[in-house]
Every structure is written in structure tokens, then in C-alpha cells.
Design a protein around this ligand. Structure first.
Ligand SMILES: [Mg+2]
Length: 137
């Protein structure tokens, strides 16, 4: 599926160890970066191998940013999109598991570092998305 810079991207974020820590703390910058991505015209989704994570959306008050939540395919990624009821194609994915990045286009992030307040990974995600969009021409 061709990606055009003329429209925003469908950006899919993993949940565990990507936007939250193993002990369910929100990664620094999630609100700020999600807001900026939406301002830039992108659409943000969450997906997880544990299912649609509305409890995370609710807990951290992310409703205004998140268009939908889905199950994430853990195997046969492309083939299982329809079966999992995912109606849009991920133009860009962010995940702590490299396998997903190999199946789609996107960015691998390490799990949040401690001390958490020093973790700057979300801003790196934003910069990389900017770079990706610029490269689409
Ligand atoms: Mg994860």
C-alpha cells in the first residue's frame, strides 16, 4: 500500500514496554508527543498482543489522542489483519519487539529506562516520524 505524505499516517503504538513500563507507569512524553502527532495530521492507534487496551487509555486519559485499540498480530502479521478486525493499514509502527518492525515500517524502541524521568524515547519517536514523512516526498 503506497504511503503518501499528502495525508497523515496511521501510526500504531504497542503498549507494554513501549508507552508504559512493566509496572504500568506512563512513559515520559506520551501526552506531548501524541498531541503533536495529531496536530501534524496523523492518526494514532494502540495495539497489543494482550488485546485492545482501553484500560490504559482510560487510566492515563489518552482518549482524545487514540482513535481505536486493536489486538496486535503476533504471527503472520499481514495475513491476520483482517481476522483481527483492523480496518486500517499501519503506515508506521512503534514497538519494543523488533519482529513487528520487520513486518511493517516503523521504529524499534527499547523498553523505558530507569530513572524513568530521564527517558527521552518518545521525543526520538517523534523525530523519526518527522524524518520518515520528509522522506516520503
Ligand atoms: Mg511491547
Amino acid at each position: 500500500m503506497a504511503v503518501s505524505a499528502a495525508r497523515g499516517l496511521n501510526i500504531f503504538f504497542d503498549v507494554d514496554n513501549t508507552i508504559i513500563t512493566w509496572d504500568v507507569k506512563l512513559r515520559p512524553g506520551v501526552h506531548e508527543v501524541f498531541r503533536q502527532l495529531r496536530t501534524d495530521g496523523h492518526t494514532i492507534y494502540l495495539w497489543s498482543g494482550m488485546g485492545p487496551r482501553w484500560e490504559v487509555v482510560k487510566r492515563f486519559e489518552l482518549h482524545e489522542h487514540i482513535t481505536d485499540c486493536f489486538w496486535k498480530p503476533l504471527t503472520d502479521h499481514h495475513a491476520r489483519m483482517e481476522e483481527l478486525g483492523i480496518p486500517v493499514w499501519p503506515d508506521y509502527v512503534i514497538d519494543d519487539h523488533a519482529e513487528i518492525i520487520e513486518a511493517f515500517t516503523g521504529l524499534h524502541v527499547p523498553e523505558p529506562k530507569l530513572p524513568l524521568e530521564r527517558d527521552r524515547e518518545m521525543w526520538r519517536v517523534y523525530d523519526e516520524i518527522q524524518r520518515f514523512v520528509a522522506g516520503l516526498g
